[in-house]
Design a protein around this ligand. Structure first.
Ligand code: ADP
Ligand code: MG
Length: 326
């Protein structure tokens, strides 16, 4: 990139912070492009996510957590496709070169990348308002990806982990409506917001079992709506079944918590469908991945999402989900 470059600044910054081992790339950081090989019979799953300060994360967010999250949201997309993450690219706009900040950011990202065998093979670095864009490349055997368009009438709807914690974490940090959590529960919610755990192993384990999948990033109801739309089906969800963390369970009746369960963003859990006959396989896949999964409803004919409360009446979230232009 031309312009705004200090002599040696940009390149030594990349050398100091973003030149990590890339054992499986033919060529990693340092040339005009990386050179990668894809095994025969595999498809590349490719996704990118842009995180902008003030829009996707709060100014002053811990850099280690930001490094983690910037990659985690992309790994979550690989999980949702049933793809194994292989390579990442990092495009970074920085207001200034702050080495302690960059070290912490890089360490947070590198730790998560290492845990999933993802290698950073390139990127771009420029001066500008803080924003982080990671592109991820993963591999999946051709035809085996978990897509949004495969849900069938009669399938069961499942969710991994727990929902709503990240939205409550955000409300805690921004002075929103929150239940009276103790310090431990509050910290757990903020950790869910700032350092989400991508369900990569679960996504891999669900290949050949799930009929459709996506990751919950904008809110459960809105995201499940994408599966329904792509698959041309409806769903009936039991709101009381939505998995709630130990931190939020005591407050499950409160409107702010119910809203977080249904419409809170940033959970990065997987929502997937599978035939009822595959429930045992789903359970074994989840056990192998070390993640809890919960059955929350069924796919039905039609095109709507019906959310049923414990009294049998239908409920609607006040806000369907997060939409930057909504
Ligand atoms: P070009 O001018 O060809 O775009 P750059 O000067 O932007 O090349 O980048 C030099 C090398 O450093 C390239 O291999 C690029 O992929 C890599 N790179 C740049 N920024 C980053 C970053 N933030 N993380 C990882 N690699 C980076
Ligand atoms: Mg460049």
């Amino acid at each position: 990139m031309p312009g705004g470059r200090q002599a040696g600044g940009e390149f030594s910054l990349i050398a100091r912070h973003f030149t990590w081992p890339t054992p499986s790339a033919d060529l990693g950081v340092g040339d005009d492009a990386a050179l990668l090989r894809v095994a025969p019979g595999m498809q590349l799953a490719v996704s990118t996510d842009l995180l902008v300060e003030g829009t996707h994360f709060l100014a002053g967010t811990d850099p280690g957590r930001l490094g983690h999250k910037s990659l985690a949201v992309n790994l979550s997309d690989m999980a949702a496709m049933g793809a194994r993450p292989r390579f990442a690219l990092l495009a970074l706009a920085l207001p200034s070169v702050d080495d302690p900040w960059l070290s912490a950011f890089s360490a947070g990202m590198q730790a998560l990348a290492g845990a999933h065998g993802a290698e950073l093979v390139g990127g771009d670095t420029t001066r500008g308002p803080l924003s982080v864009c990671v592109t991820i490349l993963g591999e999946v055997p051709a035809g085996q990806a978990l897509r949004r368009d495969g849900a069938q009438v009669g399938d069961e709807v499942w969710v991994s982990g727990t929902l709503g914690d990240a939205a409550i974490g955000l409300a805690l940090l921004t002075g929103g409506d929150v239940p009276s959590l103790d310090a431990t529960a509050a910290a757990a919610c903020i950790r869910r917001l700032e350092a989400p755990v991508p369900r990569v192993e679960l996504g891999l384990a669900l290949r050949g079992i799930a009929s459709a999948a996506l990751d919950v990033s904008d809110g459960f109801a809105a995201d499940l709506g994408h599966v329904l739309e792509r698959s041309g089906v409806g769903a009936r969800i039991e709101v009381a079944c939505l998995p709630t963390s130990a931190a939020l369970a005591p407050f499950a009746g409160e409107p702010a918590v119910r809203e977080a369960l249904l419409a809170g963003g940033d959970d990065y859990e997987l929502c997937f469908t599978a035939p009822a006959s595959a429930a045992g396989d789903v359970g074994r896949a989840a056990a192998r991945a070390g993640v809890a999964v919960t059955r929350v409803g069924r796919i039905v004919a039609g095109d709507g999402l019906v959310l049923v409360g414990s009294d049998g009446r239908s409920v609607q979230p006040a806000r369907p989900g997060f939409d930057h232009f909504g």
